[in-house]
Structure formats: C-alpha cells, structure tokens
Design a protein around this ligand. Structure first.
Ligand code: UD1
Length: 351
C-alpha cells in the first residue's frame, strides 16, 4: 500500500464546506486529507446538510467549539488545532477564506513552522472594522502558498509585497457551482416572481434599527421577497421582540441547503445580499445582485450593473431592481478547474 503524505485542512463555517467539496476531491488523489471541523457553525442546517449534499468525508476531528466572542472563539480553536497538528504531523495546513476558523488554523500552523496554504487569498475590502478583513490579511501574511481567485486579488497581494508562491487559479466556488448544477436535478417550484434576500453581516444585523429599516424597505418591494434567515439574524430579531409577521411581503424561511440556495438564486428576479459568496454565485448564474454594503472584495461583479452597492440610501434598491445590466463576462472567476490546479501545485511543492 502506498502511504500518502498528509495535508491537514481546517473548515468551520458554511461557505468553507462549499469550497472544500471540490478541493477535497482533487487533493485526495495526491494526499491523505485530514480535515478538522472547528464547529464554528454547528446547527444542522448550517453544517451537516452541506456534508451530506456535497459528499464531503466526515471530518477526522470535530472540535465543537461553537459561538463565543471572536477572541475567545479563535483562541480555543488555536489551542485545539495546534494539538492535532502536533500529533498528525502533516506536510502543510490548508485554510479557506477569511473566517475565525481560517485565522486560527493559519496561526496554529505558522507557530509550528508548518507551511500554510491559503485558498481565496488576496481579497481586500479595505475596511478593517470587518473581522474578515483582519482574518484574511493576517492569513495571507503567514501563508507560504497562496491561491488567488482573480487578477485583482493578485494585485492586492503584490501591493503588500506578497509575490512568492502566488497563483491565480480562479475561484473554487466556481467549481462547487458546477458540481451543484451537475448533481442538483430538483428545481424549486416557484411560479410567481420573487426576489431573494440573505443578511448576516454584523453591520446589517446587530443594530436592530438598521435591520428593521432594511426589512421595511424589502417589505415595499414590487415582488415578494424570500429570505432564508441566518441564525445570527434570527437571534437578533427574537432578542428585540420583532415579529417577522409584521413584514407581510417577506417570506422568512430557515437557512437552506447549498443546492436549494442555488435553485432559489437561479429562479429569482434579483438577489439582495451582504454575503461574499452569493455576490459571485449571482454573477455566475447571470442574476442581478444588490449588495447591502459600502464596499466589496468582489469588485469585478460591479461592472456594468450586475452588482450594485447600497448602504445608506436603501430606498434606491427599487430603481436598481428595475435597471437592466450591461455586458456580461463569461468565466470571470475561472473555468471550474481551480481545485484541480490547486491540487497539482500542492503536489509539486509538497510531495
Ligand atoms: C461567519 C464568518 C463570516 C461568514 C459567515 C458565513 C467570521 C468572523 N465570520 O459569520 O465571514 O461570511 O460565517 O455564514 O468568522 N449561529 C448559530 N448557529 C450556527 C452558527 C451561528 O446559531 O450554526 C449564531 C450564533 O448566535 C452566533 C452567530 O450566529 O453567535 C454568529 O456566528 P459566527 O460564526 O460568529 O459568525 P457568522 O455571522 O456566522
């Protein structure tokens, strides 16, 4: 039997399960993959459902860390990941994106002098009040091998003097989307037109006055709004005694699986979100998107009206919904082969 080198991978939040699915598949050809699930997301609808649908192997380590203040959450992860890395002795540790799980993994490995591989490197919002911005800057600066999804990301890294072992392989979420479109035969049975909304960023949810302003605006939209609610957003509404029934134009539903969200996006007239991944998916699915933020890391999507940023002037969403987007660029985020390219480069460098 051939003994393969080990690559450890840290995952923990919903978008990381989606990114991991194609990468795990590709890496397994060359390595034994040791996956560590921090438990940052733990509700079945935020975690298990993605593993089942995307056929991801059960993680070797389930840390069950759950929700805490960011510092404490990251610290507990760091301590536990370090122990695992010491006992498993992988040749490198791979992390995705910008969550607290990403940073904890990157720090744990770098303190053991273990090479860090960062998938989705080089993204910047230039807004350091976002926890994600700190997480990705620090991760990029300790990483030894960086996989960027776009030219803009490569430029951002080069502006911070990170030029060695940087590769533009395209976006792994493009690979995931292709998997979903291939495997997902079910179509959400929605005949009436609707808009789709998702919201979970602290600056849209933690201030209840702002959250209500957003919901009031969606309540005035010309079509019904379907809103799969992230647990963080639901907890805030409940804590403040806000009844969802007062927004009659909005259908509040539980978080949905990856395949169902892709279906909901494909059939929506327009998508309103503050998620990073959904801005890209909307573009890949040729859907117009409104992003409720002051900036985005995915600046390519803003061209020709496919994605529009709205923050203070929420009433503008109605006119934007009506406007027709312009030219569409095919394969803006790659050809769906990012995971295979990543696995081949990792193989060359670490085997
Ligand atoms: C995290 C990431 C964010 C990513 C998002 C995707 C950080 C700093 N943020 O945000 O970048 O876009 O995941 O969804 O890492 N909760 C539950 N059940 C769960 C998970 C969360 O009830 O399974 C609730 C808890 O009240 C928790 C809150 O959601 O305190 C926020 O969860 P947390 O993991 O801190 O951040 P997200 O908002 O999910």
């Amino acid at each position: 039997m051939i003994i393969k080198n080990k690559i450890a991978v840290v995952i923990g939040a919903r978008p990381q399960f989606i990114k991991h699915a194609p990468v795990e598949l590709a890496l397994r050809k060359y390595f034994e993959v040791i996956s560590i699930h921090t438990g940052q997301h733990y509700d079945a609808k935020m975690s298990d459902i993605f593993f089942n649908q995307l056929n991801i192997a059960t993680p070797q380590y389930m840390l069950n860390i759950g929700s805490h203040m960011h510092g404490r959450q990251t610290a507990i992860m760091l301590e536990k990941i370090e122990e695992i890395l010491q006992s498993e002795m992988p040749v490198a540790l791979l992390v995705y994106g910008d969550t607290n799980s990403t940073l904890a993994g990157a720090l744990a490995a770098s303190k053991l002098n273990l090479p860090v591989i960062h998938v989705e490197a080089g993204l910047r919002s230039f807004n350091k009040t976002m926890p994600e911005e700190i997480n990705r800057i620090l991760t990029d600066h300790v990483a030894e091998l960086l996989f960027a999804p776009s030219v803009v990301a490569i430029d951002n890294l080069s502006n911070e003097n990170i030029m060695k072992n940087v590769y533009n392989v395209g976006d792994v979420m493009c690979d995931s989307l292709q998997l979903a479109l291939k495997y997902n035969r079910k179509q959400v049975n929605k005949i009436e037109p609707y808009f789709l909304c998702t919201l979970h960023r602290p600056y849209n949810t933690d201030d209840i006055t702002r959250l209500i302003r957003i919901l009031d605006e969606l309540n005035r939209a010309i079509e019904k709004v379907i809103f799969p609610v992230h647990p963080r957003t639901m907890h805030i509404l409940e804590k403040n005694g806000v009844k969802t029934s007062r927004f009659i134009n909005i259908e509040f539903i539980e978080p949905v699986s990856y395949f169902d969200l892709i279906d909901l996006q494909q059939n929506a007239q327009c998508i309103i979100t503050d998620s990073g991944g959904i801005q890209k998916e909307a573009y890949m699915l040729k859907k117009k998107c409104i992003t409720l933020r002051t900036e985005t890391e995915w600046v390519e999507t803003l061209k020709d009206g496919w994605n529009t940023l709205v923050f203070d002037e929420l009433e503008e969403i109605h006119a934007i919904i009506d406007a027709e987007p312009g030219e569409y660029i095919e394969k803006l985020y790659g050809d769906g082969q990012a995971a295979e390219k990543i696995a081949q480069i990792v193989d060359e460098l670490f085997n």
